[in-house]
Ligand binder design. Structure first.
Ligand code: NAD
Ligand code: DAU
Length: 340
């Protein structure tokens, strides 16, 4: 029996939200899900269309719509908050919508959760901790932990950090029944093709040369999205109110290595890509210490074979060309404005 039978999932038509809703439908037979999603360019109603309508209802709307949020929150027992503007490159060119959605949207939701005494889980990122040196010289800076300092370095991560701090303040000041998770880079099915791994896979499938920023040495700590969503469910059920959990799968790889694995997997030459201009302020390295989540939640990442996960992801984009093809030209045209 699940602790919460009626949950509201914001951003449930995006990448991680979709995988979370599909996880709940598959594993929690007594849980009903209402998805609140604005269906921005990153959301896709089709992601949920094969799910049983008696289990999942999609409400198209904005988390900033106070009246709608109030209406939905009073009918739910828990909120899992994914909705956000999530792309760093986009925030560098136009940060304003990030302020609106990530900060003000979170504010609207926690006010409603407080008013109706509803459990709240806030989905956040490891980027709130800034970056780590590529070759750590001091062991204490080796990985992010729940006591790492907040020092976001990009417009996207600053808005996520601000939202985390709002949630923390609402816990302390208003006894909001909330938890937070900060997770590293996700990969897997349904990720928007603006993001690194699906962009390169769909580039190869479209006859476009993959694009690597800077020298390709920046490191990301990859977690399969199915491990992330299982961790979020574990926090919702067993997390300590007020606590923060870091979710990661110990898979630090530099971007060049990931790209060459993709190329190898897709039968391409490992040099068949272009180096392009670096991202301004590009964070060097992220790394998660997930010990606390593993010890307290009995959660362990299962999909830890990155090569196998990448192969599955490549197959997914090969087999779902109609899911991404219509967006490809516009995504690449947008990148072309900024890359040389
Ligand atoms: P995404 O961009 O794929 O999806 C975001 C979803 O939110 C979309 O469906 C979009 O339509 C919806 N949305 C945007 N603005 C909205 C609004 N104002 N009202 C209602 N819905 C709105 O993002 P994602 O990669 O699935 O990330 C989900 C969450 O997880 C975000 O909060 C992100 O910061 C966090 N996160 C992502 C990663 C990652 O690697 N992708 C890692 C850690 C944390
Ligand atoms: O760490 C968690 C974060 O991971 C999440 O909070 C964000 O929502 C999510 O988008 C992701 O942020 P990144 O900026 O790390 O992801 P992105 O896929 O944009 O880029 C991954 C790395 O690949 C990064 O070092 C930049 C690089 N890159 C990206 C693109 C799109 C390239 O080299 N070439 C590219 O074409």
């Amino acid at each position: 029996m699940a602790k919460y039978n009626k949950i509201l999932v914001t951003g449930g038509a995006g990448f991680i939200g979709t995988n979370f809703v599909r996880y709940v439908v598959a594993n929690q037979p007594d849980v009903h899900v209402v998805v609140l999603d604005k269906l921005t360019y990153a959301g896709n109603a089709d992601n949920l269309k094969d799910l049983p309508t008696e289990r999942v209802q999609l409400v198209v709307g904005d988390i900033n719509d106070k009246q709608l949020v109030d209406q939905l929150v009073q009918k739910t027992q828990a909120i899992v908050h994914f909705a956000a503007e999530s792309h760093n490159d986009k925030a560098l060119h136009d940060p304003s919508i990030f302020m609106q959605t990530n900060l003000m949207g979170t504010f609207t939701l926690i006010e409603a959760a407080r008013k109706y005494h509803v459990r709240f889980h806030h989905v956040s990122t490891d980027e709130v901790y800034g970056d780590l040196p590529l070759r750590p010289t001091l062991p204490k800076f080796d990985k992010f932990t729940t006591s790492s300092q907040y020092r976001p370095s990009s417009p996207y991560s600053a808005t996520k950090a601000g939202a985390d701090l709002l949630v923390r303040a609402w816990v302390r000041s208003f006894d909001l029944q909330a938890t937070i998770s900060n997770t590293s880079n996700n990969y897997g099915p349904y990720q928007h093709i603006e993001k690194f791994i699906p962009r390169q896979i769909t580039n190869v499938l479209s006859g476009i040369r993959p694009k690597l920023y800077g020298n390709g040495q920046n490191v990301r700590d990859w977690i399969h999205v199915w491990d992330h969503v299982a961790g979020i469910w574990a926090i919702l059920e067993h997390g300590e109110i007020g606590a923060t959990y870091l979710l990661g799968a110990n898979k630090e790889l530099n971007n060049l290595t990931v790209l060459q694995l993709i190329l190898q997997n897709m039968g391409q030459d490992r040099c068949d890509f272009d180096f392009v201009a670096d991202r301004p302020g590009h964070d060097l390295r992220y790394a998660i210490d997930a010990t606390k989540a593993q010890q307290e939640l009995n959660w362990q990442p299962q999909y830890t074979d990155f090569t196998a996960g990448l192969q599955q992801t490549v197959r997914w984009y090969q087999n779902h060309q109609s899911w991404w093809q219509a967006d490809k030209t516009a995504v690449e045209a947008n990148y072309a404005k900024h890359e040389q």
